[in-house]
Design a protein around this ligand. Structure first.
Ligand SMILES: Cc1ncc(COP(=O)(O)O)c(C=O)c1O
Length: 409
């Protein structure tokens, strides 16, 4: 048997795809709330996690398991030599009903009232709001880092050596700043803390944080993993299998944020073209970023693939490709940005990302509207910043669309 590991497209088309007893080639949707037990003894053993099997869709369902195994295999592509691609070990996790359910389950699965965590301030707006909410409701102290540089993490851990978690997104939503995951993992581990990484923006095509030392990786599967804008979902994965089995499973079981079998099935369908889509997202984004960078109406472009980007060297070290997301500031500030967003045609004005079609949104009034303005500005999210999710269309058409919208300002 070959020892070579399968590539990304082979994983997403074959791994965890099992034919059922009728021989269905494509996995069926197990649209059932519960599963029948063959006898009381087996039922009791399944219930107590002592026998493999499903019993209730809030706890686990074959469609959810299929997606988790596939995403775990993608995140574990480089984890040789122990990785067993067939079972997904040593990375395991659970699928959730949304990216925010994944964020909250990962954090609540690690912390108790009175604990401390250190977080980069540049985060998805709802994650930022959730952490502030936790601070008040659950008495969890959040130490915020404005820049997320290695020296800031080092200093924060020196001042708070009892912090239990380091939390980061990279590249960040919406202005694509970079966090050096290898260094942060090392600092966190020196203090017996875990590193949690939201890998939604990069996706496991561009970046695999376990390889850099992360303990927990989470996703909004709503985005690149599903890829077609049809589903809201999330996933949490970890190399700490006991934590997945106990704490994370409890989050799913007790808070009840399980995705529907149909949503899991759609996510699996989307995953099958993951590598092909990502290849094109990344190529198109690089072309648009370089073009925008030289456009006379553009003040600044944020894309980690550009050599001018302050995090470019980190991106080159830790990313395999630079992703499909970019942001820019247009000369003339907020009014110019609003005019641009109202004049694009192919870029739909939609507050999500990672779909096959191109999207545009305004962080200050949409995804980050609940972040107080002065905190937003501290994180580098200006009033006029425009965020682009570059789709897989033909790049000439995207360039033409951006060009005509910029001319109309
Ligand atoms: C980086 C990041 N994490 C988490 C989320 C939350 O995901 P969901 O909308 O699926 O709850 C989002 C949503 O945009 C996001 O961009």
């Amino acid at each position: 048997m070959s020892l070579r590991k399968p590539g990304i497209s082979t994983i997403v088309t074959h791994h965890a795809e099992e034919s059922n007893e009728l021989g269905a080639h494509i996995s069926p949707i197990y649209q059932t709330s519960a599963f029948r037990f063959p006898d009381v003894e087996t039922g009791a053993a399944i219930f107590q996690n002592q026998h493999p099997g499903y019993y209730y869709t809030r706890i686990e369902n074959p469609n959810q398991r299929q997606v988790v195994n596939k995403v775990a295999a993608l995140e574990a592509v480089d984890l040789s030599p122990e990785i067993n691609i067939k079972t997904g070990i040593p990375v395991d996790g659970h699928l959730f009903a949304s990216g925010m359910a994944a964020v909250s389950a990962a954090i609540l699965g690690c912390l108790s009232s009175g604990d401390k965590m250190i977080a980069h301030q540049n985060l998805y707006g709802a994650t930022y709001t959730f952490l502030n909410h936790l601070a008040v409701q659950n008495h969890i102290q959040i130490i915020w880092l404005p820049a997320g540089t290695a020296s800031e993490w080092e200093q924060a851990f020196q001042e708070h050596p009892d912090a239990k978690l380091a939390y980061a997104e990279t590249p960040t939503n919406p202005n694509l700043s970079l966090v050096d995951l290898k260094i942060v993992a090392e600092i966190a581990h020196q203090h017996n803390a875990w590193l949690v990484v939201d890998n939604t923006f990069a996706s496991p095509y561009c970046q695999r944080p376990f390889n850099l030392g992360a303990d927990i990786v989470l996703h909004s599967t709503t985005k690149y993993l599903c890829g077609h804008g049809t589903v809201i979902g999330g996933a949490v994965l970890s190399t700490h299998l006991d934590w997945v089995k106990d704490s994370l499973w409890n989050q799913l079981k007790l808070y009840g944020a399980a995705p529907s079998p149909f949503d899991a099935w759609l996510t699996n369908l989307g995953l099958k073209t993951f590598e092909l889509r990502m290849l094109r997202h990344c190529e198109n984004a690089m072309t648009l970023a370089a073009w925008l960078q030289n456009h006379p109406k553009i003040e600044r472009v944020y894309y980690p693939g550009l050599p001018q980007h302050p995090g470019h060297e980190i991106a080159r070290r830790q990313m395999f490709a630079f992703g499909g997301m970019l942001a820019c500031e247009i000369k003339g500030g907020l009014p110019a940005g609003l005019s641009f967003m109202n004049h694009v045609h192919l870029f739909a004005l939609v507050p999500t990302l990672g779909n096959v079609d191109s999207l545009v949104q305004h962080p200050a009034s949409m995804s980050h509207v609940n972040v107080p303005r002065e905190e937003r500005l501290k994180a580098g999210i200006s009033d006029g910043l425009v965020r682009l999710s570059v789709g897989i269309e033909n790049v000439e058409d995207l360039l033409e669309d951006l060009s005509q919208a910029l001319e109309k300002i």
